[in-house]
Design a protein around this ligand. Structure first.
Ligand code: PLP
Length: 363
């Protein structure tokens, strides 16, 4: 018997069941080749078609204009922390970073190893990040090469609801944990990157969306694989791509498209977050949320219970009931519920009913 758990893990996160099932059926025989997709040339007709199809799916789901390139790279979001400044930050220039959590801090620290990075705002208070800054609080440099933000703060559970205005300076965003969960205007963005393992597919492939004028301005003289231009010119096939991860991304995006794309995902995430925050707010002394209300993430809800013992019991009893992936980030503790696209409204409804029951019994 297949024991199916309901997975609320923050990443690598749940993939659509249909995507896993379809991959299982094709594992020995990819598109009639009689071979696994893991064992064929990335120059084969079958793989190059899959590759092009995946790029096209992502372009259509995001409704991307022609002047944006999509790259599929190795190295995770963490390599982008370095590649962005290496390519976009010329000597003599400076880049702005808005620090709203652990990942933006890492991106900033990495940029400092490359060039001149500057903090345009931080919401750190007593070592914690509980909100998104207001536009008035941003100290932006109008000459900056770019302004970097993290659209969703996976660890602290905050999210930019409205992206900041950077007055003509291109925005660069780490959207690893909320890409394809909502519609937004792409125009202010020069570059967007996202590790796949939250909303796009499995770990191992990273999507980079880069505007044409930004590619033109990229620095020369970098090692070949670290230049965006190399990947633009070679359609992300300069060296062997992460073929299997791209294949699973294709399955995940096909699933999302069949459900109704980004509009559907946005509707679902509003419903899911409504259920979770509604439950938290119904027992604020038991489910203790310190995140500012307007900054709450629709992807990751982070909260504490009155004691660490209760948190441990919550995670253990939840697991006995089939709900897993609920422990907070290792740096914070507490509870985190991640509600990416492949997590259904029904799953979330069952979890919130468990939460209410647990609060009644233990509150
Ligand atoms: C998970 C995550 C990362 C880290 O991604 P890697 O692929 O492990 O480098 C970076 N940024 C955000 C916002 C994330 O959620």
């Amino acid at each position: 018997m297949l024991k199916k758990m309901q997975n609320f893990g923050a990443g690598p996160a749940q993939l659509p069941f249909e995507a896993l099932q379809s991959a299982r059926e094709e594992i020995y025989n990819f598109r009639g080749t009689g071979l696994s997709v893991m064992c064929i040339s990335h120059r084969s007709k079958e793989y190059t078609e899959l590759h092009a199809e995946t790029l096209d799916l992502l372009r259509r789901l995001l409704n991307l204009p022609e002047n944006y390139n999509i790259l599929l790279l190795h190295g995770g979001a963490s390599l982008q922390f370095a590649m962005v400044p290496m390519n976009l930050l010329n000597p003599g220039n400076s880049a702005d970073y808005i620090i709203t959590g652990r990942w933006s801090l890492k991106a900033f620290n990495e940029a400092q190893t490359v060039g001149n990075a500057r903090i345009a705002a931080t919401t750190e208070q007593d070592g914690k990040f509980l909100r998104i800054p207001k536009q008035e609080a941003l100290n932006l440099d109008s000459k900056a090469a770019y302004c970097h933000i993290t659209s969703n703060n996976t660890v602290y559970g905050t999210q930019w609801r409205q992206f900041p205005g950077a007055a003509g300076v291109p925005l660069v965003a780490d959207m690893s944990s909320d890409i394809l969960s909502r519609q937004f205007d792409i125009a202010p963005f020069g570059l967007i990157y996202a590790g796949a393992q939250k909303n796009l597919g499995p770990a191992g492939v990273t999507a980079v969306i880069i505007r044409e004028d930004i590619v033109e301005k990229c620095r020369a003289g970098l090692p070949t694989l670290l230049r965006y231009r190399t990947h633009v010119e070679n359609n992300s096939l300069y060296s062997t791509p992460p073929c299997f991860a791209v294949y699973m991304m294709n399955k995940t995006l096909t699933w999302l498209q069949s459900r109704g794309g980004i509009e559907w995902a946005q509707e679902q995430s509003v419903l899911k977050a409504g259920l979770v925050y509604g439950t938290i707010d119904s027992a604020p002394e038991f489910f203790i949320s310190s995140v500012e209300e307007e900054s709450r993430s629709l992807m990751n809800a982070v909260f504490r219970l009155p004691t660490e013992e209760l948190e441990e019991a919550f995670i253990a009893v939840a697991s006995e009931n089939g709900f897993v992936g609920l422990a907070g980030h290792r740096s914070l503790g507490g509870i985190r519920i991640s509600m990416y696209n492949a997590v259904s409204v029904d799953s979330v409804r069952e979890l919130t009913s468990f939460m209410r029951d647990f609060a009644t019994k233990n509150g």
